[in-house]
Write a protein that binds this ligand. Structure first.
Ligand SMILES: *[C@@H]1O[C@H](CO)[C@@H](O)[C@H](O)[C@H]1NC(C)=O
Ligand SMILES: *[C@@H]1O[C@H](CO)[C@@H](O)[C@H](O)[C@H]1NC(C)=O
Ligand SMILES: *[C@@H]1O[C@H](CO)[C@@H](O)[C@H](O)[C@H]1NC(C)=O
Ligand SMILES: *[C@@H]1O[C@H](CO)[C@@H](O)[C@H](O)[C@H]1NC(C)=O
Ligand SMILES: *[C@@H]1O[C@H](CO)[C@@H](O)[C@H](O)[C@H]1NC(C)=O
Ligand SMILES: *[C@@H]1O[C@H](CO)[C@@H](O)[C@H](O)[C@H]1NC(C)=O
Ligand SMILES: *[C@@H]1O[C@H](CO)[C@@H](O)[C@H](O)[C@H]1NC(C)=O
Ligand SMILES: *[C@@H]1O[C@H](CO)[C@@H](O)[C@H](O)[C@H]1NC(C)=O
Ligand SMILES: *[C@@H]1O[C@H](CO)[C@@H](O)[C@H](O)[C@H]1NC(C)=O
Ligand SMILES: *[C@@H]1O[C@H](CO)[C@@H](O)[C@H](O)[C@H]1NC(C)=O
Ligand SMILES: *[C@@H]1O[C@H](CO)[C@@H](O)[C@H](O)[C@H]1NC(C)=O
Length: 402
């Protein structure tokens, strides 16, 4: 998949836990039961993006925080937490970040400093059908990708992706359980200005029967569930599982990427471009983010109002249960198998500098990645300093997996 989670998250996860890999055919061991971007682990690996179908068991990943109607504006990053510090309480922290986010002019600014893999901001609440909108100014330049997508833990995916070499349109795309099919990509042109200089509103309107991509309120593309029916498997290859909003800025144009990905993104990133020289980073801006939750599909088993849980390994919509079970781990060594096995940590605030996880191998070794242990407390410029040196390490780990 030409996608941030395939490169960026995997590079981080690969460092987090030794080298036990996972797939549908080779699930994780009980000792590190959570499959995160193809690697087994505990703690952070069991939270968002933990794939239940590749993990030790369906309940290895933590339950997924239920959808919340909300409008988000960014005057600071107090509602967000470094993703390797997050324990699963979406009421405490609405967002998890990695990389180099900051706030500018009341907008969320995702940046990609020199030689880094950029930034990712993920909503901790899942959306199981709903309408999600944001005003966005994309980044620009070949090999520089701005993303506004919904992604489920079994890799159903709904995308707006801005490829930085073409500012007159945005790409719309969808995936079912991560099955690659690039012919699903369709461009949607913006009617005024371009995607970089002009604010436009991008909306994903996702219901059980149909999916629409809108720009400035105009429907640019519609996908019906019916149209995705696969008569061979008897399955609708339609995005249908609880998904999180991910906003990202990442490089498709790295020499380590596949030729197809590099071409798709418009060539290699130019690290001495005008934007790099002027600001020291590429950036994209996001504001006025709204989430409107739709009701679960008819026939869904509802046993609470806290979380979504997978009850079978089909990974299909009719196997999702709405439960009352908690989404919160006691600490970063715990897993979905027993979320309260270890000592209870009190989550640190995103600015306090207390290090809830300083004994945790997960977050300690994680400091070699783009984000750092204690990154929650370090300044933007500290993170950039550390990241620019170390991002390459992450990439090297990732690519050694394949
Ligand atoms: C989650 O955080 C909120 C706000 O900080 C707190 O009131 C609540 O008790 C926490 N929930 C759990 C399950 O820890
Ligand atoms: C923030 O606002 C100032 C003043 O209007 C403007 O000069 C600057 O370019 C804005 N920053 C961004 C990233 O758009
Ligand atoms: C940008 O995308 C539009 C819409 O698909 C297309 O017509 C145009 O040729 C593209 N421009 C470039 C430079 O590829
Ligand atoms: C890709 O999706 C299209 C419909 O968008 C479908 O016609 C085609 O068969 C799919 N190809 C593969 C290889 O799955
Ligand atoms: C979609 O499927 C339903 C149920 O099979 C059917 O009633 C309906 O006519 C289909 N719609 C389209 C547009 O094919
Ligand atoms: C339909 O499902 C079959 C069996 O799972 C699979 O081999 C095939 O690639 C699917 N077709 C499409 C178009 O994805
Ligand atoms: C990178 O951008 C700079 C500034 O626009 C330009 O001079 C240089 O030729 C570009 N490099 C490449 C390889 O395109
Ligand atoms: C980015 O890093 C490369 C390699 O260290 C360097 O050649 C280039 O000048 C840097 N770009 C900027 C804008 O500092
Ligand atoms: C969200 O708001 C809609 C109406 O705008 C309402 O129908 C729905 O029940 C709400 N969902 C939640 C989870 O609050
Ligand atoms: C909820 O948690 C209880 C106690 O841990 C567990 O037995 C049960 O299977 C969980 N329910 C679901 C739907 O995961
Ligand atoms: C979880 O671990 C704690 C501490 O070892 C233990 O007391 C508790 O019974 C365990 N819970 C489950 C559901 O296994």
């Amino acid at each position: 998949m030409r996608h941030v989670s395939a490169l960026f998250l995997a590079s981080l996860a690969a460092i987090a836990s030794a080298s036990t890999t996972c797939s549908a055919d080779s699930k994780c061991p009980e000792s590190a039961p959570c499959c995160y971007s193809g690697v087994c682990g505990v703690g952070s690996s069991c939270l968002g993006s933990c794939d239940p179908l590749m993990s030790y068991s369906l309940d290895s990943c933590t339950p997924e925080a239920i959808c919340k109607n909300q409008t988000y504006s960014f005057s600071n990053l107090d509602d967000s937490v470094a993703w390797d510090q997050y324990l699963g309480n979406a009421s405490q922290y609405e967002w998890s970040w990695s990389g180099y986010p900051k706030v500018e002019n009341s907008s969320l600014m995702l940046t990609m400093p020199n030689q880094t893999t950029g930034s990712l901001m993920t909503l901790n609440h899942y959306i199981w059908y709903g309408k999600v909108s944001a005003k966005i100014k994309s980044s620009r330049g070949g090999g520089v990708i701005t993303g506004f997508i919904l992604m489920s833990d079994v890799k159903d995916e709904i995308d707006f992706e801005f490829v930085g070499y073409n500012l007159s349109s945005v790409q719309t795309d969808f995936y079912f359980q991560g099955v690659e099919n690039y012919t699903n990509e369709v461009n949607a042109a913006v009617s005024t200005g371009n995607t970089y200089d002009t604010w436009h509103t991008y909306t994903i309107d996702w219901s059980p029967e149909r999916l629409e991509w809108l720009v400035d309120g105009t429907v640019m593309r519609t996908l019906t569930k019916n149209s995705t029916y696969n008569a061979t498997s008897g399955i609708y290859m339609y995005p249908q599982t609880p998904s999180r909003l991910q906003m990202s800025l990442w490089p498709s144009g790295l020499s380590t990427e596949s030729t197809g990905t590099i071409e798709w993104g418009g060539g290699l990133v130019n690290w001495t471009s005008a934007d790099m020289e002027k600001y020291g980073y590429y950036y994209a801006l996001f504001k006025d983010i709204t989430v409107e939750c739709y009701n679960p599909p008819e026939g869904t088993t509802i046993k609470g109002d806290v979380s979504y849980v997978y009850t079978s390994d089909t990974g299909l919509s009719d196997q999702i249960l709405v439960s009352g079970n908690s989404t919160v781990l006691y600490n970063l060594e715990d897993t979905g198998l027993n979320m309260t096995a270890g000592k209870q940590e009190t989550a640190s605030s995103s600015s306090s500098g207390s290090s809830e996880s300083s004994g945790s191998s997960t977050s300690t070794s994680f400091s070699a990645g783009t984000t750092t242990s204690g990154a929650a407390s370090s300044s933007y410029s500290d993170r950039v300093m550390q990241g620019s040196v170390l991002a390459a390490v992450g990439a090297a780990f990732f690519f050694s997996l394949f």
